[in-house]
Design a protein. Structure first.
Length: 201
C-alpha cells in the first residue's frame, strides 16, 4: 500500500530543499549523497525517498524555488506605474534581498545547472530568459537606441546581472554596508554608465 501524505508534507519537502541547498552549495551536487541529505534532515533514506524520487528532483526544486521567486518580484515591479530607472532600482533591491536571503540557492543556481536532467534544465533556463527579458525591456526604456537589432542589447542585460549576481559571495549582510545601500550603489553605477555610455555602431 502506498504511503499517505502527511499533513505537513509540503513543509517537510521545503525543509529537505533548505538542507539540500546548504549541502549542494558547500559540497557540490556530485559531492553530496542521499545519505548525506538524510543525515542533514535527521531522517532515513527511505523516508527521504517518500518526499523525493531522486537527488536530481531535489536539485530542481532548489533552483526552481529560487528563480521563480526572482521572476515573481521582477514581474510585480515591471507592472508598477513608475519610471524605468525606478523599476530597475526596485528590482535590484529585491534581487539583492533574495540573493542574500537564499545565498546557498543562488550559489547552487550559478554552479549546478549542468547537473539537472535536460527537461528540468530547460524549465530553469526558460524562467531565467523570462527574467532577462523583463530587465531587457526596462533597459530599452532607459536607452531606446538599444532596441531593435542592436548587437549590444543582450550584453547590456548581462552586464547588469554581472554586477549583482555574485554579491552573495562577498557581501556580509550584518556588515556596516547595508545590502539596500549596496544595491542602490550598483544601480547608480550602472545607470550613470548606461545613460552616458557611447553605444558603438
Amino acid at each position: 500500500m502506498a504511503r499517505t501524505q502527511a499533513i505537513d508534507y509540503a513543509q517537510r519537502r521545503e525543509g529537505i530543499v533548505e538542507r539540500a541547498a546548504d549541502l549542494f552549495a558547500s559540497r557540490g551536487f556530485l559531492g553530496t549523497s542521499i545519505a548525506d541529505l538524510a543525515g542533514a534532515c535527521k531522517t532515513s533514506k527511505s523516508l527521504l525517498y517518500h518526499y523525493y524520487e531522486s537527488k536530481e528532483q531535489i536539485l530542481f526544486d532548489v533552483m526552481h524555488s529560487h528563480v521563480k521567486a526572482l521572476l515573481d518580484v521582477a514581474e510585480e515591479i515591471a507592472a508598477r506605474p513608475i519610471g524605468a530607472a525606478d523599476k530597475l532600482r526596485a528590482m535590484t533591491r529585491e534581487f539583492m534581498r533574495l540573493y542574500l536571503g537564499a545565498a546557498p540557492r543562488q550559489r547552487v543556481l550559478l554552479n549546478e545547472l549542468g547537473n539537472l536532467p535536460e527537461a528540468q534544465r530547460r524549465i530553469i533556463v526558460c524562467i531565467q530568459r523570462r527574467l532577462l527579458d523583463i530587465v531587457d525591456k526596462v533597459l530599452v526604456e532607459i536607452r531606446p537606441d538599444l532596441s531593435g537589432r542592436s548587437p549590444l542589447r543582450r550584453p547590456a542585460v548581462m552586464l547588469y546581472f554581472g554586477m549583482i549576481n555574485w554579491m552573495h559571495t562577498w557581501l556580509d549582510p550584518s556588515g556596516r554596508a547595508k545590502p539596500a545601500k549596496i544595491a542602490d550603489l550598483a544601480v547608480n553605477t550602472f545607470l550613470n554608465g548606461i545613460a552616458k555610455a557611447e553605444i558603438p555602431s
